[in-house]
Design a protein around this ligand. Structure first.
Ligand code: HQG
Length: 180
């Protein structure tokens, strides 16, 4: 991503996932913001947000963080919210194993309490080891936890997949985590 689109992506993450009130914007119950209202209000605080740049960010974002509705009048974040929104996920069957990238200092807490969603709506898991490595690297030297998602699913625990491929679940109890 180019620097400018990266900055806009960060700004959109803040507004569409965490703090729409920062620019006096309101999201609907499914997390959608009106595109023209977003542009107008964003430009009161930051210059140069246009429909063209928004389209470029949606299309080129490295993690497909945002999506338009069908007629491109609304935009929302695909996952990662801390505010309450209903993203209308439907439960899907996960692969046998999923990965979670984190750092060593959390290991003991996770061993005791399991993986918790912390400030997000769900625990985030990846199908690819490499993605989990990247997620963990945000916090330091990464460690990878393997989650026995197949066993969880057979025990009735629900999984969802966001539009950008992130696997989501409520919590992962310690008994389903391989700490090697
Ligand atoms: C840890 C980014 C102590 C957990 C990434 C993680 C991802 C515990 C941190 C997405 C714990 C929460 C999500 C426990 C979990 N005790 N620590 N019991 N349970 N933790 O950011 O998975 O760029 O909320 O290991 O790429 O790191 O935002 O979750 O280190 O896809 O699109 O608590 O965020 O995507 O951190 O990252 P986060 P995450 P975006």
């Amino acid at each position: 991503m180019k620097t400018n689109t990266k900055q806009i992506s960060k700004f959109l993450s803040l507004i569409l996932r965490h703090n729409p009130g920062k620019i006096e914007l309101q999201l609907d119950e499914n997390g959608w913001a009106d595109v023209s209202e977003l542009i107008r209000k964003a430009n009161k605080h930051r210059n140069q947000l246009t429909i063209e740049t928004l389209k470029e960010v949606v299309a080129t974002n490295d993690k497909k963080r945002f999506a338009f509705n069908e007629d491109e009048t609304k935009i929302r974040a695909n996952q990662g919210h801390s505010i309450k929104v209903d993203l209308e996920y439907t439960p899907v069957q996960p692969p046998e194993f999923l990965y979670h990238g984190t750092v060593g200092k959390f290991r003991e807490d996770i061993r005791r309490k399991g993986l918790l969603k912390m400030s997000r709506h769900h625990v985030h898991l990846s199908e690819e080891l490499e993605t989990a490595m990247k997620v963990g690297s945000r916090r330091g030297v990464p460690i990878i936890l393997t989650v026995r998602s197949g066993d969880m699913h057979r025990n009735g625990i629900e999984f969802y997949q966001s539009d950008n491929g992130v696997w989501l679940t409520d919590t992962v109890a310690s008994e389903y985590i391989e700490f090697k």
